[in-house]
Structures are given as structure tokens and as C-alpha cells.
Design a protein around this ligand. Structure first.
Ligand code: F6P
Length: 541
């Protein structure tokens, strides 16, 4: 970090961390009986309890100072103003414009982008309504019953996550499926029981050049044509495209009337509320989609205006940075106690790790601090019966985000109270553990005591909302988007490029002809890669 101000803030936190590493949550709670009430923030309908973190008021003061001295406020304003803060790609970063109200004005290169955003949303709504009502007919005159989104990364994970998260609100007479992997099994299994006459493919790709997506799209085109008698005119009825690249869409043969655009200032992993969300809109309807956008917008406004001490994304970003940079924590576990959020951790993996997995600063010099932690997780209570053992008694510090809702979407007997009891029990057990004295007092033989001791002092956040709705989902996603942003600014990295995915793509393109060549290719890789390629060629035939 070249700037002296953040350098001093880092130093102050380092010496504070030395004290805090010796402080137990039991002590912090004993010293302040109101800690659990005090160390919580409620904003836009989300309640964040961060009291079970290894922090004091002083920690928060120092972390907020780090954010201030790192220029987080200026960078938030720069993002909302449409400045080209994605410096390596020379692009604005404006996912916030995707949910801006109609009367907002956001300029990119002197042009207001908000009218275009709303015009695409309106076209998506008209298209979705035609599919949902059955007015849109397939080539043979049958109505569309199946939507297959073909995309990968941000053009897949957002749509899949949102479809699963909002399944409760979907039209069950329509089936949405998702094909992402270049592994042919993904496509084969997705379409095996589908009737081409009732199936609409949405080819979603920002660039419309991604190997996996274009390969799957061509396979889908062939499958669809084969099932519809080979009439090329059927493509217009069974294919839509979502892309920034109109030229490639036309080349592929998809009618531009069925194309929904977005812009280079929307990063793939920040695009689920752009036209990339077309499958989501078809599934839940335009009204609900707009409710989701409203949720995003409410969190955007909170992030833009709230003081850092009560700013949910800033606090979440700072807390995970605290463990990542001062306690050597390598990961963050995201544990939604809501079955519908089963794909949320996978979605967050791209959002957080593609954004902040960077080793150089904006100036291109090596970073001085550890950057993006590894995000992972599973819905509760399933994880409790597999990996929670390590979180409770392993040797690693794993900060956890618990996410829960007061009202269930499916009222089934006593299930919801039992589910929520588990959330509260887990955070309590992680924080306070069980001392050797307590274990002994239960009559445990001495030899077994160490095995049954829970050290506690394991930090967690609890996010509690009333109910999982499209609006709540928008708020949750924006919460993590902006937490990632906050961290990226403090680490002084570009959270919006992804050069790290390039090398593997280039090498794969070089290897494909070597695998497909009918004669033995001259291989010039390393000895391991050469041997693997030869072995594959031999075994395959
Ligand atoms: O390879 C990574 C990536 O570029 C992601 O950032 C992106 O979300 C994904 O590939 C898909 O890209 P596209 O939407 O252009 O097909």
C-alpha cells in the first residue's frame, strides 16, 4: 500500500489484533451484557447480528478508519458516477445502473444509460409475458413448456441460483433447466425427456464467444432442428439470446428480435439482474423480477449513503477482512438455513473469488496483504452432519455467515422452529463452546475430556430477514456485491477483471486439435502433459 494513511491504519490494526487474538468471546459477552443487542445493525429489512465476532468497539473503530483511509467513500461515489474504475479493462462498473429507477441519470462516456436499461427490461417483460401466457408458440404451434438457459459462469450461476432461490414464486407449468458444462452429459441430461416442440433455449453469453456456451448452443441448435424436421425457420421460435455482442448473435442465426442486450459495464458475475436474468423473469414473472430489482436498489442506496459504522456491506466486508488479514483465516463459510438458497454459496464463489482473487494492486505491484478468502458452504442443517465438526473442533479459524428467515415459505409442522433452533444453537456453540470443567461436571471420564471440549471463540455473523422473497434476494445479493467491493478497495485491487481465467482457455484451444487429430500429433508440452495426452488418445480408441 503506497499511501501512508492506510499504512498507518493497517499497523494500528496489527497491534490491536495481537491483543484480540488472546481475547475470548466468553469474556467479551461477560463484560458487556448488552453486547448482543448493541452489536447488531438493521437496515432495509435485513438484521445483522455481528456480536459473535472477535471484535470490540475499538476493533470496529480501527476497521472503519482503514476503510476511510483507503478511500472507500470516494470509490463508492466513483462507481455510482460511472467512472471507469475497472482500470485494466478501462470500463465503468455499473451493475447499480441495472436497478436504477427510471428517473435516475447515470452517464457513461457522456451518455445516460438508464433509459436503455429500462427499455431492455420492458422488452424482457413483453417476451416473458408472451411465453408465460402461451401466446408465444413454438414451430409446430405448441406452447413453450421448457426453458433451457445455456451459459456459464455469471451467465449461469446467477440464473440457476435465482431460479432455485425463488422457486416458490415460479410458474410450475414451466420447467427451467440450465446447461453450463462442456461435458456433454450436462446437455444430454438436461434435454433427455424434453419435447423440442415445447422447448425454448436462451443462449446467455456476454461475449457470445465462450467455448462452453457456443458448443452447447450449437448442440442445442442441432438437437432442436433434428426434432423439428430440420426447418431452419424454427430457430426463430425456439432460440433467444442474451448478449452484448449483436454481431455474433446474428452470425449464430438467432433473430435479433429475440436478442436482449446488456453492456460492457456489467461484469458477468454482476449480471443476474440484467437481461441475463431472462430465465428468472420468465419463471417468476416481470412483477416479481421488478420486486427483486427494488431489493437490490434498496441495498445500493443503503451502501451509498449509510455511515460506515452502520453500513451492512461495509461491516460485512470489514469483518471478513479482519479474519483474513489479521487472524490468518483462509476461508469463509456461508451457511443458509433455507433450502431454497442451496445454490447461494456456489453463486457467491464466483462473485467473491473471481472478483477478489488478485495478486497485484491497481498499479500492478504485488499486494502486501492476503486478498480474497475462499468462500464455500452448504445449506443448514445438512452441513452440521458433515463438515461442521471441523469448524467446531478443528485447528482452523473459519468465520461463518449464517442466513435465516423468520417465516418459512412452506409451513410444515414444527420444522421451521427446529430449523431456526439449529441456527441459534450453532452460533452459540461456536462462540461459547464447552470448557473442560463443564465437560467434567457431566461425569465424563478424564481421558475423554479433551475430545469433548469445545474451545469456542469461533466467529459468526447471523443475517436474519423476515421471509425469502424476490426483494429479499435482491438485498442479499447486493449485500455481498458491495462487501466484495469494500474489500477490493481496501486491498487496492481491481475487483472487476478476471485475467486469471485466460491462460487455461488458451491452452485448451491449443490442446483440442491435438486430441482430435487423426495422426499422432507432435507434442511440445511438458513431459506430464504430453504423457497425459498420449494416454488419453490411446485409451479413448
Ligand atoms: O471465464 C470467466 C468468464 O469470463 C466469467 O467472468 C463470465 O461470467 C463467464 O466466463 C462467461 O462469459 P460469457 O458470458 O461471455 O459467456
Amino acid at each position: 500500500m503506497s499511501n501512508a494513511k492506510p499504512a498507518a491504519a493497517w499497523k494500528a490494526l496489527e497491534s490491536h489484533a495481537a491483543t484480540m487474538s488472546k481475547t475470548h468471546l466468553r469474556q467479551l459477552f461477560a463484560e458487556d451484557r448488552k453486547r448482543g443487542e448493541r452489536m447488531a445493525v438493521e437496515a432495509v429489512g435485513l438484521y445483522l447480528d455481528y456480536s459473535k465476532n472477535r471484535v470490540t468497539d475499538e476493533t470496529l473503530r480501527l476497521l472503519v478508519k482503514l476503510a476511510e483511509d483507503s478511500g472507500v467513500r470516494d470509490r463508492i461515489d466513483a462507481m455510482f458516477r460511472g467512472e471507469k474504475i475497472n482500470v485494466t479493462e478501462k470500463r465503468a462498473v455499473l451493475h447499480v445502473a441495472l436497478r436504477a429507477p427510471k428517473d435516475a441519470k447515470i452517464l457513461v462516456d457522456g451518455k445516460d444509460v438508464v433509459p436503455e436499461v429500462h427499455s431492455v427490461l420492458d422488452r424482457m417483460a413483453a417476451f416473458s409475458n408472451r411465453i408465460r401466457s402461451g401466446e408465444w408458440k413454438g414451430h409446430t404451434g405448441k406452447r413453450i413448456r421448457n426453458i433451457v438457459n445455456i451459459g456459464i459462469g455469471g451467465s449461469d450461476l446467477g440464473p440457476v441460483m435465482a431460479y432455485e432461490a425463488l422457486k416458490h414464486y415460479t410458474d410450475r407449468s414451466l420447467d427451467c433447466r440450465f446447461v453450463s458444462n462442456i461435458d456433454g452429459t450436462d446437455f444430454a441430461e438436461a434435454v433427455r425427456d424434453l419435447d423440442p416442440a415445447e422447448t425454448l433455449f436462451i443462449v446467455s453469453s456476454k461475449t457470445f464467444t465462450t467455448l462452453e456456451t457456443m458448443t452447447n448452443a450449437r448442440t442445442a441448435r442441432a438437437w432442436s432442428l433434428a426434432g423439428l424436421g430440420g426447418d431452419e425457420s424454427s430457430v426463430a421460435k425456439h432460440f433467444a439470446a442474451v448478449s452484448t455482442n449483436a454481431a455474433e448473435v446474428t452470425k449464430f442465426g438467432i433473430d435479433v428480435a429475440n436478442m436482449f442486450g446488456f453492456w460492457d459495464w456489467v461484469g458477468g458475475r454482476y449480471s443476474m439482474d440484467s437481461a441475463i436474468g431472462l430465465s428468472t423473469m420468465i419463471a417468476i414473472g416481470p412483477e416479481r423480477f421488478r420486486e427483486m430489482l427494488s431489493g437490490f436498489r434498496q441495498m445500493d442506496e443503503h451502501f451509498r449513503t449509510a455511515p460506515f459504522t452502520s453500513n451492512l456491506p461495509v461491516l460485512m466486508g470489514l469483518l471478513s477482512l479482519w479474519y483474513n488479514d489479521f487472524f490468518g483465516a483462509q476461508t469463509v463459510a456461508v451457511l443458509p438455513y433455507e433450502q431454497y438458497l442451496k445454490r447461494f454459496p456456489a453463486y457467491l464463489q464466483q462473485l467473491t473469488m473471481e472478483s477478489n482473487g488478485k495478486h497485484v494492486t491497481l498499479e500492478g505491484t504485488p499486494v502486501e496483504h492476503e486478498t480474497g478468502p475462499i468462500y464455500w458452504g452448504e445449506p443448514g442443517t445438512n452441513g452440521q452432519h458433515s463438515f461442521y465438526q471441523l469448524i467446531h473442533q478443528g485447528t482452523r479459524l473459519i468465520p461463518c455467515d449464517f442466513i435465516a428467515f423468520a417465516k418459512p415459505l412452506n409451513v410444515v409442522g414444527r420444522h421451521h422452529d427446529m430449523l431456526l433452533a439449529n441456527v441459534f444453537a450453532q452460533t452459540e456453540a461456536l462462540a461459547f463452546g464447552k470448557t473442560p470443567e463443564q465437560v467434567k461436571a457431566e461425569g465424563t471420564p478424564d481421558w475423554l475430556v479433551p475430545h469433548r471440549v469445545f474451545e469456542g471463540n469461533r466467529p459468526s455473523n447471523t443475517i436474519l430477514a423476515e421471509r425469502l422473497t424476490p426483494e429479499t434476494l435482491g438485498k442479499l445479493v447486493a449485500l455481498y456485491e458491495h462487501a466484495v467491493f469494500t474489500q477490493g478497495v481496501i486491498w487496492n485491487i481491481d475487483s472487476f477483471d478476471q485475467w486469471g481465467v485466460e491462460l487455461g482457455k488458451v491452452l485448451a484451444q491449443r490442446i483440442i486439435p491435438e486430441l482430435e487429430s487423426s495422426s499422432e500429433p507432435a507434442l511440445e508440452h511438458d513431459s506430464s502433459t504430453n504423457t497425459l495426452i498420449r494416454r488419453y488418445r490411446a485409451q479413448r480408441s
